[in-house]
Design a protein around this ligand. Structure first.
Ligand code: FUC
Length: 747
C-alpha cells in the first residue's frame, strides 16, 4: 500500500470509530456523546479540543512525552492603525460611472488602482495574527509505552477528556467555573514520576521556580516602537500523594488595555492569573471537576437529540452536539467571538491570520447559537460588533463619504473594517450588515427588547450606510451597490474578460433588502425612526428584482454572466435562502434548487455545511443528508498535505474538526446548524404576522425514528418532538410569549 492509501485507511478507521462510539441500542444516550480513540494522537487534528471560551487546550495523550496545545483567546499580534486612503473617495464617482456604463473591466481597473486601504490589509504586520499561546509538555518517567489498555476519550457532556493506559489515568478540562486548565494524573502502578515545561517558538521568556513554570512575553505590534499584547502563563505542579498529582495552568493577556489605549500593567495580569491558580488549588480536584461539569452542563444539557437507529444517522446527532459543544467551549467566558479556528490554533502564523472573515465565516460561526439554545452566549459577538462600529463609521466616511458604518471582508481584533488588499475579494462591503443581521436573529429568537434597544444603533447604522451608498444604475431606476463583488467569485464579461468587480451583486441586494426590513421592524417595535423606516422601505422598492436565467438558475449578478468557476465554494446569491429569508416564493426556490444543482455537492468544509442549510430550507432532507455525508468525508493531515477520498482535503478530521482544509471551525458550526435546520424551522412569517413553526421540515428517509428536545424557534419558542416510523408521535411547543403561530407537521 502506498503512503497515501495507508493514511486514507487510517482516516477511515478513525472516522468509523467516531461514528460507532455515538451509538448504543437506545440511540444516542448521554454516555454516547463522546469521541473515542484507541491510540495517542499522531497529528494535531487527532487531539480533542477543550475550552472555556477564554482558554483552550488540546492534549495528544502521548504516553512518554505528552503535548498539550494551549490557546488564550486574545493572543493577537498587531495593533490598530488608520488604513484610510484619500484617493478612494476621489475615485468613487468615476468607478460608479464606469459601472453604470457597463464597462466593468474599466471599473475594475480603477478599483484595483485606487479603491483599497492604505498599508494593504492582512499582509500588514500591524493587521496582526491570532496566535497559539504555546504548549504544555509533560514528560513521564518510567515505562510509558501505550499498551493494550490504552484509550482516549472526550465526553461532550462533561467537557472532560480522559487518557487511560500504561497504568496511568489522565483527566483534562478547562474549567468553566474557575478559569484554569486542569490536568489530573493518577498512577495505579509505580509512584508518579513526571516533569512539566512550557514551549513557545517566539516572543517568550521562561522561568522555573519550585514546582511552577512560567512563560511571558510581548507579541509584535507591527509598529516600530510600540508594544503589542503582553501575556503571562503559569503552570503549577501539585503533588497530592505518591500516586496522584494535579497540574493547573492559568494564562491571560493585557489585550483589552492595549486595544482601548489604557495604561497596561502586566503585573495586574500576573496577579489575576495567580489568584485563579490559588483559588483553584484550594478547591481540590473533585470539587474543581464537579464545579466545571455543573457549569458546562447548564448550557450543554438544554438540548438532546436522537436520530435514527443506525450508526450513520447517529453521527448527525453527534455532529450537532459537537457544534454546540465547540460553541460553548469557545464562547462561555470569552471576550472575543470564536475566530477561524475558535480557540484551538496550533501555530504562531495561523491560516488567514485566524481572523474574522465577514463574507460568511464569522457569521456561520454563530449559526448554531440561537436554534441550539445557547442564546445567552451572544455576548462576545455582540460586543465585538459594537466595538468595531466606530471604526466602521470612519471607513464609511473616509472611503464612501457617507454616514452609518460598514465592514468589508477582513476584520480582526484591532477593529479593521476597511476594503483590504485585493479588491477582487476585499471590496465587498456588506459584511457589517450581514453581521448586524446575525444580531437581529438574537432578538427574533428571544424577543428581548432590552437587547434590541442595545443593538438598534448597530442595525440602523448598517442600513444607513447601505441606503446612502446605493446609486441609480439604469433607466428603470434600480438602486445598486458598487463597486462590489459576489464574494470571491468571478465572471466573464461579454468581451471575454475575467472580472470580479461589479455593480449590484445579488447577495448585496438581498442583504440590503433584509437589513432594511429588519430595521423597519425594529423601529416599529421600539417606536422610533418612522421617517427613516419609510426611506428604507422606499429604497427597498427600487432594489433590482431577483432574475432567473433562461437556464433556470438564480443569477448571481445583474447580467447573466458566464461563471469562471460554476462550482465555486461561495453560494452568495443564495444568502436569501439561508441564513436570509427573502428567497421565499416557489419560483425563486426552484431557481435556487437549480443553482445548487449546478454548484454541485463538493466544496470546502464550510461550503458543504452551508449547502446542508440550503437543502434543508428547500425541504429536501435526503439531499441535505447527502451534503452532511460529504461534510463528514474523512480527512487526515500528513506531511504530504491533506488526504481524503475526493482528493480535495475537505471534510472532517479525526477529531471531528472541519477541514476547509486546513481546520476551520465555521464548517463545524454551519454543519451543526444545518442538522438543526433539518429538524425545525421558524423563519417563515405569514402576511398577518403568524409565525410558522415547521417541524421535521427536511429529514432524510434514514431518520424514520428519532426525537429532540430543547431546540429553539424564533419567538422565544422551545420545541420537543418524537417520531416513530416516520410519523410524529409527540410534539411539545413551549410558547411563553403566546406568539401567534401556525404549526406545520411535516411528518
Ligand atoms: C473566505 C473563504 C475562504 C476561507 C477564508 C478564511 O474568504 O472564501 O474559503 O474560508 O474565508
Amino acid at each position: 500500500m502506498n503512503r497515501h492509501l495507508i493514511l486514507l485507511a487510517g482516516a477511515l478507521a478513525s472516522a468509523a470509530g467516531l461514528v460507532s462510539c455515538a451509538v448504543n441500542d437506545k440511540g444516542i444516550a448521554n454516555d454516547a456523546l463522546q469521541l473515542t480513540f484507541s491510540e495517542p494522537a499522531s497529528t494535531w487534528e487527532e487531539c480533542v479540543p477543550l475550552g472555556n471560551g477564554r482558554l483552550g487546550a488540546m492534549p495528544d495523550g502521548a504516553p512518554g512525552r505528552e503535548t498539550i496545545v494551549l490557546n488564550e483567546e486574545s493572543m493577537w499580534s498587531g495593533s490598530e492603525w488608520d488604513p484610510a486612503n484619500p484617493e478612494a473617495l476621489e475615485w468613487l464617482p468615476a468607478i460608479r460611472e464606469k459601472l453604470r456604463e457597463g464597462d466593468n473591466a474599466a471599473a475594475q481597473a480603477l478599483t484595483f488602482q485606487h479603491f483599497t486601504c492604505s498599508g494593504r490589509g492582512g499582509e500588514n504586520p500591524r493587521y496582526g495574527c491570532y496566535q497559539t499561546l504555546g504548549r504544555l509538555i509533560i514528560e513521564y518517567g518510567g515505562d510509558a509505552a501505550a499498551d493494550d489498555t490504552y484509550s482516549r476519550r472526550l465526553s461532550l457532556r462533561d467537557a472532560v477528556a480522559t487518557t487511560t493506559g500504561a497504568s496511568l489515568l489522565r483527566e483534562y478540562f478547562v474549567s468553566m467555573a474557575d478559569d484554569v486548565i486542569v490536568v489530573h494524573l493518577v498512577s495505579n502502578g509505580a509512584p508518579l514520576d513526571f516533569e512539566i515545561s512550557l514551549e513557545r517558538p517566539q516572543d517568550a521568556g521562561f522561568n522555573r521556580e519550585g514546582t511552577s513554570v512560567t512563560m511571558q512575553g510581548t507579541l509584535q505590534s507591527g509598529e516600530p516602537g510600540k508594544n503589542g499584547v503582553s501575556y503571562y502563563c503559569e503552570a503549577r505542579r501539585i503533588s497530592i500523594s505518591d500516586n496522584e498529582a494535579l497540574i493547573l495552568l492559568g494564562a491571560a493577556t493585557d489585550y483589552l488595555a492595549v486595544r482601548d489605549g489604557k495604561a497596561s500593567d502586566l503585573s495586574q495580569v500576573i496577579e489575576r492569573v495567580q489568584k485563579n491558580l490559588d483559588d483553584a488549588s484550594s478547591l481540590g480536584y473533585e470539587e474543581l471537576r464537579a464545579r466545571h461539569i455543573a457549569e458546562h452542563r447548564k448550557y450543554f444539557d438544554r438540548v438532546s437529540v436522537q436520530l435514527g437507529d443506525a450508526p450513520a444517522p447517529d453521527s448527525a446527532a453527534l455532529y450537532l452536539q459537537y457544534g454546540r459543544y465547540l460553541f460553548i467551549a469557545s464562547s462561555a467566558r470569552a471576550v472575543l467571538p470564536p475566530n477561524l479556528q475558535g480557540i484551538w490554533a496550533d501555530g504562531v502564523y495561523t491560516p488567514w491570520n485566524g481572523d474574522y472573515h465577514m463574507n460568511i465565516n464569522v457569521q456561520m460561526n454563530h449559526w448554531p447559537m440561537e436554534p441550539g439554545n445557547l442564546s445567552d452566549l451572544c455576548g462576545p459577538f455582540t460586543s465585538y460588533i459594537e466595538d468595531i462600529v466606530p471604526s466602521g463609521e470612519r471607513t464609511a466616511r473616509d472611503f464612501y463619504g457617507t454616514g452609518g458604518w460598514t465592514a468589508h471582508v477582513l476584520a480582526n481584533a484591532w477593529r479593521f473594517t476597511a476594503p483590504a488588499e485585493n479588491p477582487s475579494w476585499g471590496s465587498s462591503f456588506t459584511g457589517g450588515a450581514w453581521a448586524a443581521l446575525q444580531l437581529w436573529e438574537h432578538y427574533q429568537f428571544t424577543l428581548d427588547e432590552g437587547y434590541l434597544e442595545r443593538i438598534y444603533p448597530i442595525l440602523k447604522g448598517a442600513a444607513e450606510f447601505l441606503v446612502s451608498n446605493l446609486f441609480v444604475f439604469n433607466d428603470e431606476g434600480w438602486l445598486v451597490t458598487g463597486p462590489s463583488t459576489s464574494p470571491e467569485n468571478r465572471y466573464r464579461t461579454a468581451g471575454g474578460r475575467i472580472c470580479s468587480i461589479c455593480a449590484g451583486p445579488v447577495m448585496d441586494t438581498q442583504i440590503c433588502r433584509e437589513i432594511f426590513a429588519a430595521v423597519s421592524k425594529a423601529a416599529e417595535v421600539l417606536g422610533v425612526d418612522e421617517e427613516f423606516a419609510l426611506r428604507l422601505e422606499d429604497a427597498a422598492g427600487k432594489l433590482p428584482p431577483m432574475q432567473i436565467s433562461p437556464a433556470g438558475y438564480l443569477q448571481e449578478w445583474l447580467e447573466d454572466y458566464e461563471e469562471v468557476e460554476p462550482e465555486h465554494r461561495h453560494v452568495s446569491h443564495l444568502f436569501g435562502l439561508y441564513p436570509g429569508t427573502s428567497l421565499n416564493t416557489d419560483e425563486l426556490k426552484a431557481a435556487a434548487r437549480e443553482t445548487l444543482r449546478r454548484r454541485g455537492d463538493a466544496g470546502t468544509g464550510w461550503s458543504r455545511a452551508w449547502k446542508i442549510n440550503f437543502w434543508a430550507r428547500l425541504g429536501d432532507g435526503n439531499h441535505a443528508y447527502k451534503l452532511f455525508k460529504s461534510l463528514l468525508e474523512p480527512v487526515r493531515s500528513s506531511s504530504d498535505g491533506f488526504v481524503s477520498y475526493s482528493g480535495s482535503g475537505a471534510g472532517t478530521f479525526p477529531n471531528l474538526f472541519c477541514a476547509h482544509p486546513p481546520f476551520q471551525i465555521d464548517g463545524n458550526f454551519g454543519g451543526s446548524a444545518g442538522i438543526m435546520e433539518m429538524l425545525l424551522q421558524s423563519h417563515e412569517v405569514r402576511p398577518d404576522g403568524t409565525r410558522v413553526i415547521s417541524v421535521l421540515p427536511a429529514i432524510p428517509d434514514e431518520w424514520q425514528d428519532g426525537s429532540f428536545s430543547g431546540l429553539r424557534a424564533r419567538g422565544g419558542i422551545t420545541v420537543a418532538c418524537r417520531w416513530r416510523h416516520g410519523r410524529i408521535v409527540r410534539l411539545k411547543i413551549d410558547n411563553p410569549f403566546n406568539v401567534p403561530i401556525e404549526v406545520v407537521r411535516n411528518k
